[in-house]
Design a binder for this molecule. Structure first.
Ligand code: MN3
Length: 209
């Protein structure tokens, strides 16, 4: 099996009360696991592709055979996005951006409250399932959203936006429904309490390279 479910970097209850343990158990253990399982299943017919990192795999969907491209886009995207998302969360959030990312947020948006407002609006505005993103494109911070499991790393032709992610917020109902039911805006307000800003800065510095 080429691709594997990463272990969560913290216990499932460590994001409470903002994200409950049951949601984390199901989200990581069932949903993310299913993306990994289905990605591996799809690639049984093209085993040579499994030598790539999953990021490199979804950055170059054109090299994936037609018959499995949709499955790799959805399940490879699901694997990439969730692996990225778990690391961005922590029960010990700094509460505000740090370092070079903090400077860039102030320069681009005025302050972090305006970043939150714009990113939350992108998440609320995404019809159905998808992700809201803060990403770097052409050296600048941008905000946008993608459908389903698309990522800005897949490129504009596929995802509609293109760049290197700094923050990615899952707005699928499975990310919040047990605790927040249909109240996506409340989930999006709460998630800022569990953002790992040191990880976000690391993502930002990597995105600038
Ligand atoms: Mn999800």
């Amino acid at each position: 099996m080429a691709y594997e479910l990463p272990t969560l970097p913290y216990p499932t209850n460590s994001l409470e009360p903002h994200i409950d343990a049951k949601t984390m158990e199901i989200h990581h253990g069932k949903h993310h696991q299913a993306y990994v399982t289905n990605l591996n299943k799809a690639l049984e017919s093209a085993p040579e592709l499994t030598s790539k990192t999953v990021e490199d795999l979804v950055k170059d969907l054109a090299s994936v055979p037609d018959a499995i491209r949709g499955a790799v886009r959805n399940n490879g995207g699901g694997h990439v996005n969730h692996s990225f998302f778990w690391k961005l969360l922590t029960g010990k959030s700094e509460g505000k951006p740090v370092g070079k990312l903090a400077e860039a947020i102030t320069a681009t948006f005025g302050d972090v409250e305006q970043l939150k407002e714009k990113l939350n609006a992108a998440g609320v505005g995404r019809f159905g399932s998808g992700w809201a993103w803060l990403y770097v494109s052409g050296g600048k911070l941008e905000i946008g959203s993608t459908a389903n499991q698309d990522s800005p790393i897949m490129g504009k032709a596929i995802a509609g936006i293109e760049g290197a992610p700094v923050l990615g917020i899952d707005v699928w109902e499975h990310a919040y429904y047990l605790n927040y039911q249909n109240r996506r805006p409340d989930y999006l307000k709460a998630i800022w309490s569990v953002i790992n800003w040191a990880q976000a800065e690391e993502n930002y510095l990597a995105a600038l390279k």
